[in-house]
Design a protein around this ligand. Structure first.
Ligand code: SF4
Length: 210
């Protein structure tokens, strides 16, 4: 007898119970108990592929409850009500748990165990996604085809038209909204002038066409 496919709810439960980075880590174990943070539903049409929780998100258990989230919502022209409505917007970081910080107090990269373990099956269950926003270099590396990636974040984000045209669901690469990218944003005004209006229009279109 063939096994029935796992429901999204069952998959969510398994992810929430995951202890991979504590029990079988690649390298150093996660320095705290896992607390996976993500938001999904089968009906979501916009998918925000982020990086990994920071300290505030680790404490709140809700994605983007930090200054990066404030900037991201303003980039996308999204109210908190829409942003946190799982029936419309999925938020799936490259690493679900806060990875800890280095000796200089900077957040570590997303745990390398997480995406290979969970990402493909979770994304496969999100069948209604029409627009995928790849936020930051880790999500870009996973979601933007290698042939369309440039040698730098600037080149790749600059390729946004070709990337959007060539992908289904449509992928648009964005820099991470962290304050660490303030200098990049200042140096690349075309991002706010050209990419964001396109993204806002696409969001309105895919969320309205329900
Ligand atoms: S980061 Fe991902 S793989 Fe690691 S414990 Fe959390 S959910 Fe599991």
């Amino acid at each position: 007898m063939t096994k029935a496919p796992e429901s999204l709810e069952a998959l969510k439960e398994r992810i929430l119970a995951c202890r991979l980075c504590v029990e079988s880590p690649r390298g150093a174990a996660l320095p705290h108990a896992p607390r996976p943070v993500f938001q999904v539903s089968e009906t979501a049409r916009v998918l925000i592929a982020g990086q990994a929780p920071g300290t505030r998100v680790h404490a709140s258990g809700r994605p983007f409850t930090d200054p990066s989230g404030v900037r991201l919502r303003s980039w996308l022209n999204m109210t908190e009500e829409v942003f946190y409505d799982a029936s419309r917007v999925a938020i799936v970081p490259m690493g679900f748990c806060f990875p800890g910080q280095n000796e200089r107090g900077a957040d570590l990269p997303p745990r390398p165990e997480c995406a290979p373990r969970w990402r493909a099956q979770l994304l496969a269950a999100l069948k209604n996604v029409r627009l995928l926003l790849a936020v930051g270099q880790y999500a870009i590396r996973w979601h933007v085809p290698a042939a369309l990636r440039g040698r730098s974040l600037t080149e790749t984000v600059g390729n946004w038209r070709d990337i959007a045209r060539a992908t289904t669901p449509m992928v648009v690469p964005l820099p991470h909204p962290s304050w660490r990218n303030n200098a990049w944003l200042k140096k690349n005004p075309w991002f706010e002038a050209e990419v964001l209006p396109f993204v806002r229009e696409r969001i309105a279109e895919v969320l309205e066409r329900r």
